[in-house]
Write a protein that binds this ligand. Structure first.
Ligand SMILES: NC(=O)c1ccc[n+]([C@@H]2O[C@H](COP(=O)([O-])OP(=O)(O)OC[C@H]3O[C@@H](n4cnc5c(N)ncnc54)[C@H](OP(=O)(O)O)[C@@H]3O)[C@@H](O)[C@H]2O)c1
Length: 272
């Protein structure tokens, strides 16, 4: 039976473990995990039935497929720690932003098969996109395995590593960016009117959920949805015009800010 290891059981690592168990593709008995303090890994073992190991080396030494779910600046240290116990031909799946496939090969060794995945918190709801880029040594069997897992909890999209950052902005940063915009929308309603903030938040959230359901399945285009609500000569059309005038600059600035921060982290990762 394929043995899965997870190093890092924070927000993303624990979600991936819960979701792949929930998919039925992997049983709890096939998963072991570790974390820095051990607390989150033990807590997850208590709720899911996986094995919490006391060390990263125990997890890595047993794993046919090893997920690295720690922050970008922790990845090198973790791989230095486990490199000599990795199984030959182990499949290494890193979800860390700013850690390249080249970094993985340099730090984990040539024998290991490297994959980069950027999941999204939307996988919690079996929705959204998981990005994947294939690295050195990856076989068709590795691809089937990774795509099978990702498609069970989301939709996997295979891309070149050079496109990762731009796509990540949309799929993985997207939930926070969209919700931040909606928070401002609700905030404006309570600033300019008499709606209490909590009620404004509730109304916007419910509207977002309904709008997402209209968009679900990909048949409806953005333009169609806008056209159904912002009818010619109506008040919504005026609001949409303001957004169309002001938002392009704001969104350009958002993407530039994400890029700038990523460059700083990538430099730190490379210079470690
Ligand atoms: N959050 C997102 O939406 C998202 C999306 C896509 C990709 N990612 C990537 O996912 C990775 C994890 O992010 P996260 O949001 O899950 O972070 P997080 O919640 O802070 O979790 C980090 C985990 O790493 C563990 N850890 C840290 N140093 C370790 C070490 N030396 N050995 C073993 N475990 C160690 C921590 O252990 P403790 O539990 O003991 O503290 C914790 O369980 C990041 O690289 C991020 O770029 C995140």
């Amino acid at each position: 039976m394929t043995q899965y290891g997870f190093i890092g059981t924070g927000s993303m690592g624990s979600m991936l473990i819960r979701k792949i168990i929930g998919s039925g593709l992997v049983t709890p008995g096939g998963i072991s995990a570790s974390s820095k303090s051990g607390i989150s890994a033990r807590a997850l073992a208590g709720t899911t039935g996986i094995t919490a190991e006391a060390s990263n080396r125990s997890v890595a030494g047993n794993a046919d497929v090893l997920f690295i779910c720690v922050k970008p600046l922790e990845v090198r240290g973790v791989l230095d720690e486990v490199r000599d116990v990795l199984k030959p031909d182990a499949l290494l799946v890193s979800i860390a932003g700013c850690v390249s496939l080249e970094n993985l090969r340099d730090w984990a060794g040539e024998n290991v098969h490297g994959v980069r995945v950027i999941p999204s918190v939307t996988a919690e709801e079996n929705a959204g996109i998981s990005l994947v880029a294939w690295g050195h040594g990856v076989t068709p069997g590795d691809k089937n395995l990774v795509l099978g897992l990702l498609n069970a909890i989301s939709t996997a999209v295979e891309i070149d590593e050079q496109d990762f950052d731009l796509y990540t902005n949309l799929t993985s940063c997207g939930p926070a960016l969209i919700v931040a915009m909606m928070r401002e929308f609700a905030g404006a309603a309570s600033r300019t009117g008499t709606i209490p903030p909590k009620l404004a938040e509730y109304l916007v959230k419910e509207t977002m959920v309904g709008t997402a359901r209209i968009l679900e399945g990909g048949q409806e285009t953005f333009d169609n949805v806008i056209g159904r609500v912002a009818t010619k000569g109506g008040s919504t059309e005026e609001g949409v015009k303001v957004l169309e005038t002001r938002l392009p600059d704001v969104m350009d600035e958002v993407l530039l800010a994400l890029d700038a921060k990523r460059r700083v982290v990538a430099e730190k990762v490379a210079g470690e």
